[in-house]
Design a protein around this ligand. Structure first.
Ligand code: ATP
Length: 648
């Protein structure tokens, strides 16, 4: 094992003013984050590093044009910390290389025998640690030139972008060159980055908060008044969250923060067609009376809750269009049939120059003129979709307008946004229609509308605040001003949960040869950890179990991830097999209960020992459209548990 202290003394990984930033400096931070458990300490570690980097690369200037080395360095470091190479809506910037390729590169660059490398990998279950051990055993004749952040960032980008026949050997070549220059823990983090799993217990939300803190300290100079700093920090965190929800692009956020100051960044990072807005989300409710209590005194509107896929439609001034998913993924190529719809929209409404619409894309029966269930939509191909092969037709049900002809309109109340929508967009029957709505607060009318929505193949209702500042569109927020009421969940817990499959149990009896059940976890957005929440074995057909074995077998790992939080004192609850965080199950549940065995939400309430668990969980479906980080958060689980406690 390499002694980090000795390593640091030998190879100083300090940032030196106006010099390229050594990769070792960032790896030192990664190492500390991995070792340190506390969220606040981790926040301080990351923000100190960001601030040091800003100070040393800005030649003493607190503000700049946002184009200099301070911006460039911070942008690259931020992306490396969230293990991405650009905004998530940009294609071909994904890491996540397969273990076969990485082990091969490791064998080639270190000269170790593959069987030893594989043995280590099976024992440790972490390709990064194997790389670190392999490098430390390798005799080195010449001290290689140290890696810089800039080199690593560029090399990773080149790897992510290389496709085609010769890409495999090209990737291995680049990895080998970098590995040859790695010292200490650099090889560990480099390999983990390539694999797409950094394991530093520091989620994206925390990175944003650390950036805000770093800017406050940087702008405040060396010594600041604590009180003012605390206030400035709250403002900075609000600003950066707001900026990110409207422009989820770190490059723009960093440049604008340097240019205009962190306390003004949100004004300069507003919606733009072509950049997906983080969608507004709704809180679950269990009954019309709960809605009446929550929205007391407010006028609201009810809309059909369509059961399809969220689609944010962007029309750019240059005539281009894009469709973004709930997770800001560019899915324009998956829906080539929407291109002529948008062309028709432009033709019908020639005054439109640019536009962002929020809508649900729903499977549509063109003969019977009606909505088809979500299961039909999910049979559409997700890759290489050709217009001529499309069998399942879709209709867009538009429920909001966020941007019109150069102007964001999200600050306007919903009634005004709606008027804009109705005035400037002409519906195209069976292709683009407005969401069916009812502007009423009468419980009888709402109840009848709920029944009607289900009769029309919808999931239930969305209830939205209609007037005043409470009804503005709040990007990325799960807001109390939007409530969802699903027919299937009346009086239950209000919603299904989307949970990450982290473990499996060996099947017995009829399930021999398959997994007999699974261990599920919620995602803690603050720590980046997966917290165990229940064991599930109900709701699976034989066909599905066979299919799950196919899909999950390659995701088996020999040890739990460092980011898995589960009970180590109860061998009953421990799974037989661990998986990479890869698959998300939608689960229906009777209710939530506290548990000494499961850990979901433990850090948010009580003594931190007990977590929350689900009673009688039942599998509904695999959520293809959700990444593991979009799974139900531990904070949401606590909220659901608490709202249930109030109801009882
Ligand atoms: P969430 O998006 O809340 O995390 P989820 O992805 O499981 O959860 P649902 O619980 O089904 O989705 O509910 C929210 C989704 O409902 C929205 O993201 C949107 O895609 C869809 N939706 C359908 N009709 C509407 C509508 N009229 N207004 C807003 N959203 C709607």
């Amino acid at each position: 094992r390499i002694d980090n202290e000795v390593h640091r003394a030998r190879n100083p990984s300090k940032i030196i003013a106006n010099k390229p930033i050594p990769y070792a400096a960032l790896c030192d931070v990664f190492e500390k984050l991995e070792e340190e458990a506390g969220r606040l300490k981790n926040l301080a570690i990351a923000s100190e590093f960001f601030c040091d980097l800003l100070r040393k690369s800005s030649k003493g200037e607190r503000k700049s044009d946002g184009e200099g080395p301070a911006a460039q360095n911070l942008i690259e470091v931020t992306y490396l910390m969230i293990n991405r190479l650009g905004p998530d809506y940009e294609p071909d910037l994904e890491l996540g290389l397969g273990e076969t390729l990485l082990l091969k590169a490791l064998g080639q660059s270190t000269g170790r025998e593959m069987r030893h490398i594989r043995d280590d990998y099976h024992k440790l279950g972490d390709i990064g640690k194997v790389a670190q051990i392999s490098r430390s055993r390798q005799p080195i004749m010449f001290k290689p030139k140290s890696l810089t952040i800039h080199q690593v960032f560029n090399n990773l980008t080149e790897i992510a972008k290389s496709t085609g026949n010769s890409s495999q050997s090209k990737k291995i070549g680049i990895i080998n060159r970098m590995l040859a220059a790695c010292e200490g823990q650099e090889a560990k983090f480099l390999m983990r980055s390539l694999e797409g799993k950094l394991r530093i217990n520091f989620g994206e939300k925390s990175v944003l908060m650390a950036l805000a803190k770093a800017f406050v300290e940087f702008e405040g100079g060396e010594q600041g008044d604590n009180d003012i700093n605390a206030k400035a920090l709250v403002i900075a965190q609000e600003q950066i969250k707001e900026a990110f929800s409207q422009t989820p692009n770190y490059e723009m956020i960093v440049r604008n923060s340097l240019k205009y100051g962190i306390s003004h960044v949100a004004e300069h990072c507003t919606l733009k067609p072509g950049i997906p807005v983080k969608p507004m989300l709704a809180k679950p409710t269990k009954s019309i009376s709960e809605i009446m209590d929550t929205l007391q005194g407010q006028t609201f509107t009810c809309e059909y809750k369509y059961d399809g896929e969220r689609a944010q439609i962007h029309l750019m001034p240059n005539g281009d269009m894009r469709v973004y998913s709930r997770n800001s993924e560019n899915m324009t190529e998956r829906y080539p049939d929407l291109i002529p719809v948008v062309q028709e929209l432009r033709a019908e409404n020639p005054e439109i120059e640019s536009l962002i619409l929020d809508s649900e894309c729903v499977a549509w029966d063109t003969e019977a003129h009606k909505i088809l269930p979500f299961q039909v939509l999910s049979t559409r191909k997700r890759k290489d979709v050709q217009e001529k092969d499309i069998k399942v037709r879709v209709c867009l049900f538009v429920f909001d307008m966020l941007f019109y002809n150069g102007e964001p309109i999200i600050q306007k109340p919903l009634n005004e946004r709606r008027e804009f929508l109705y005035k400037h967009v002409k519906q195209i029957p069976q292709k683009l229609q407005f969401a069916t709505k009812l502007d009423s607060t009468s419980t009888e009318e709402m109840s009848a509308f709920l029944d009607q929505s289900v009769h029309d193949s919808c999931e239930g209702l969305m209830i939205k605040s209609l007037y005043g500042s409470g009804s503005r569109y709040e990007p990325s927020k799960r807001s109390r001003n939007w409530l969802k009421l699903k027919k299937d969940y009346l009086e239950g817990v209000g919603d299904s949960l989307d949970l990450v499959v982290i473990g499996g149990y060996i099947g017995k009896g009829k399930r021999t040869g398959w997994y007999g059940g699974f261990l599920l976890a919620s995602y803690n957005q603050d720590t980046g950890e997966y917290e165990s929440v229940c064991k599930i074995g109900t709701g699976f057909s034989e066909e599905l179990l066979a299919n799950l074995r196919e899909q999950l077998k390659p995701k088996e790992i020999s040890q739990p991830k460092a980011s898995y939080v589960y009970s180590r004192d109860n061998s009953n609850a421990e799974p037989d097999i661990w998986f990479e965080p890869y698959m998300v199950f939608e689960v229906k549940v009777a209710d939530l209960t506290t548990s000494p065995i499961y850990k979901s939400g433990a850090s948010y309430f009580g003594d931190g020992e007990k977590g929350i668990s689900l009673r009688f969980p039942r599998f509904i479906q695999i959520r293809q459209d959700k990444s593991t980080e979009d799974a139900t958060s531990s904070e949401q689980i606590v909220e659901m548990f608490e709202s249930q406690a109030v109801m009882q």
